[in-house]
Ligand binder design. Structure first.
Ligand code: NAD
Ligand code: TDX
Length: 329
């Protein structure tokens, strides 16, 4: 199994999950170690994985690795919306050209391909509604990040239909858990409190996300690998929707801080209001069910992880906040 982006948050958790639960796989990781990649995350499984430092846009590296793999699970991407608003170019390159490069290699070598994507490709939903995205929702991305992910999804669908590439796709809601980069909402606020900074809420904090534990996401990916229908897309999400303000207040409560001890900062331009996935298809067809039903408990465990693993996140913290200062957030 070739795992692209296996030194990032979800990819590394996927490698850990695979080694724990699916010893039948030999795992090789391809990762460019961008600012978001950290090889130390793979240290606990280093004796069971092979690591290749390389770029998914590098056709010769990709061709050889794909030729040697039975299946490719493609996580590698530029993943942060705020960065895409500041400089879209790496998103176009890694997310679109990188996916194209992988697809061409998979086409040449007739491998199995699973593409990891996001609910953000569908745009957003109104705050006061109860409707959800499903596998047939038209694409309507808002940010350079989501537009680049939407493009990559469309390439995968086209390569499946026109060239018979044995591909599946999944679009998951927001993930949380250990080893998430401190630029993202939940780890940013936890680590701000741990270093004595005030948390930062964009705008009024009314935007809603559907928080899904990273292991539930990765369990769903494994089900798709073993039982998913080729050419199909599956939406993944816990069903647990919360506003950013609600999440931040829960973090403050769990960390023993006053509920108003945070700053409102400038809103994200084009900020998507609400995401929500209808997961009927993966639940009924593949029998997937999230195990982390208790978000409060999952968040408390995540806070503990950041408390105990300062060695992992501290080196990234100052540079991340310096980037935010440039954005005024
Ligand atoms: P991340 O930013 O934590 O990790 C991305 C990894 O990809 C890093 O290790 C990075 O070094 C690597 N990478 C980036 N460009 C590369 C390139 N050109 N060549 C090789 N490696 C490269 O991201 P994440 O949050 O783990 O997201 C992983 C995937 O899941 C992405 O495709 C993202 O769109 C998708 N996704 C994320 C979420 C979420 O909540 N984080 C939700 C749904 C889907
Ligand atoms: O400091 C912050 N304050 C704040 O209010 C940050 C970093 C974010 N926010 C808000 C913006 C969003 O409404 O919190 C929400 C979550 O923000 P992010 O963690 O940046 O996630 P989001 O933009 O929702 O995108 C995430 O989920 C879908 C991932 O980063 C994507 O990779 C994934 O595709």
């Amino acid at each position: 199994m070739l795992v692209t982006g296996g030194a990032g948050f979800i990819g590394a958790n996927f490698v850990h999950y695979t080694i724990r639960n699916h010893p039948e796989y030999e795992v090789r990781v391809l990762d460019a170690l961008t600012y978001a990649g950290d090889q130390t995350t793979l240290r606990p499984v280093a004796d069971r994985t092979e690591f290749v430092h390389g770029d998914i846009c590098d056709a010769s590296v990709v061709d050889q690795l794909v030729a040697e793999a039975d299946l490719v699970v493609h996580f590698a991407a530029e993943s942060h919306v705020d960065n895409s608003l500041h400089d879209p170019e790496p998103f176009i390159r890694s997310n679109i050209i990188g996916t194209y490069t992988l697809l061409e290699a998979v086409r040449r070598h007739s491998g199995r391909f699973h593409h990891i994507s996001t609910d953000e490709v569908f745009g957003d939903l109104p705050l006061d509604a109860t409707d959800k995205f499903d596998e047939g929702t038209p694409y309507d991305p808002s940010s350079p990040y989501s537009a680049s992910k939407a493009s990559s999804d469309m390439l995968v669908r086209a390569w499946a239909r026109s060239f018979g590439v044995a591909a599946t796709l999944s679009n998951c809601a927001n993930n949380y858990g250990s080893y998430q980069h401190v630029e993202k909402f939940i780890p940013r606020q936890i680590t701000n409190l741990l270093v004595g900074e005030r948390p930062k809420l964009y705008g009024a904090g009314e935007n809603v996300r559907e928080w899904t534990h990273v292991d539930d996401h990765n369990a769903a990916v494994h089900l798709i690998l073993s039982k998913g229908r080729i050419g199909e897309t599956y939406l993944i999400g816990s069903g647990d929707e919360r506003s950013n303000k609600e999440i931040l207040e829960l973090i403050l409560e769990l960390m023993g801080q006053a509920p108003d001890s945070y700053d409102h900062v400038a809103d994200r331009p084009g900020h998507d209001l609400r995401y929500s996935n209808d997961t009927t298809k993966i639940r009924t067809e593949l029998g997937w069910q999230p195990k982390y039903g208790d978000f409060r408990a999952g968040l408390a465990a995540t806070i503990d992880w950041y408390r105990q693993n300062e060695w992992w996140w501290k080196p990234q913290k100052e540079a991340t906040e310096a980037k935010y200062r440039v954005l005024g957030r």
